[in-house]
Ligand binder design. Structure first.
Ligand code: G
Ligand code: G
Ligand code: MN
Ligand code: NA
Length: 250
């Protein structure tokens, strides 16, 4: 409860900041997407992880204004990047049950001037667990606005092929747990390969998540993942550090 009160203050006092982790195109090595990751720098408690404060925000209706803020900040920051670089924002499953999300997205696009095609929203399979009618409507409304949808952490939830039949996701992000084992575990390798192949056949982009070493990177390349993300390539960083990195790569 104390954390909930503090979180209310955090949004108002500017203690929340967005960090960005670049995601690289496998064939060219250039930055294709930057994933926006929220950080809370509390004046006395220090850095608090989103794994800790997002669940609190979800349970007390703070998630809606926090996400609206995150999308707007991400769109504004993306305006300083090259035009081909997209920004991806994580969307909590609870927001696919209410209708504030399309409004927040339109507001952020108008306020920042960012082209809709440069904004990607990351959702997890858990959004399909219940109330599919409403989720359906919100997803199609978002795609009508022109932004992109990514299926995050693919392989950790129910991973029904039905989702891929009914929804045209633009990107599938294969969960990092599959990349962990590609060196020694043939089953992880087989699954990662099959998802990459399936996505390619459906004309859906892929991201191999959690690439932590050269072996995993080589594997992701050989398997034909469109994009790669992970600590061995780049860690999440503040917006200004990202800009410096982008300028250095020109
Ligand atoms: O960045 P980090 O690895 O600490 O993130 C931990 C978890 O918090 C991840 O699952 C990530 O998707 C989630 N997360 C980070 N930023 C946001 C955000 O802005 N909104 C939501 N809903 N989740 C976020
Ligand atoms: O759930 P989601 O995929 O949105 O989580 C994103 C989080 O994963 C980011 O906050 C980031 O800190 C973390 N992450 C990114 N790359 C790596 C990696 O190579 N290894 C590990 N362990 N975590 C990573
Ligand atoms: Mn994500
Ligand atoms: Na993920």
């Amino acid at each position: 409860y104390e954390l909930e009160m503090a979180l209310r203050g955090a949004l108002a006092n500017g203690e929340l900041v967005m960090h960005y982790q670049p995601i690289f195109e496998t064939t060219t090595g250039r930055i294709a997407i930057c994933e926006a990751l929220m950080r809370w720098e509390h004046p006395t408690l220090g850095k608090i992880s989103p794994a800790e404060f997002i669940p609190i925000a979800e349970s007390c209706s703070l998630i809606e204004p926090m996400t609206a803020w995150a999308i707007e900040q991400a769109c504004r920051d993306a305006m300083s990047w090259d035009d081909h670089v997209r920004v991806a924002v994580n969307i909590s499953p609870v927001l696919l049950k209410t209708d504030g999300l399309p409004r927040a997205v339109i507001g952020a696009l108008l306020a920042s001037g960012l082209a809709a095609r440069r904004l990607e929203l990351e959702v997890t399979e858990s959004i399909f667990l219940e109330d599919s009618g409403r989720t359906n409507m919100i997803l199609s409304e978002l795609q009508r606005i022109g932004l992109r949808l990514a299926l995050d952490d693919f392989g950790t939830g129910y991973s029904s092929l039905g989702y891929l039949r009914h929804y045209k996701f633009d990107t599938i992000k294969v969960d990092q747990s599959f990349m962990r084992g590609v060196g020694e575990n043939p089953r992880d390798r087989a699954i990662a390969q099959s998802v990459a192949y399936l996505a390619r056949s459906l004309d859906v982009e892929t991201v191999a998540e959690g690439i932590e070493n050269e072996e995993q990177l080589r594997y992701a390349r050989e398997t034909g993942f469109t994009n790669v993300q992970g600590f061995v390539l780049a860690r999440p960083m503040p917006a200004d550090a990202l800009l410096t990195m982008m300028q250095g790569r020109r």
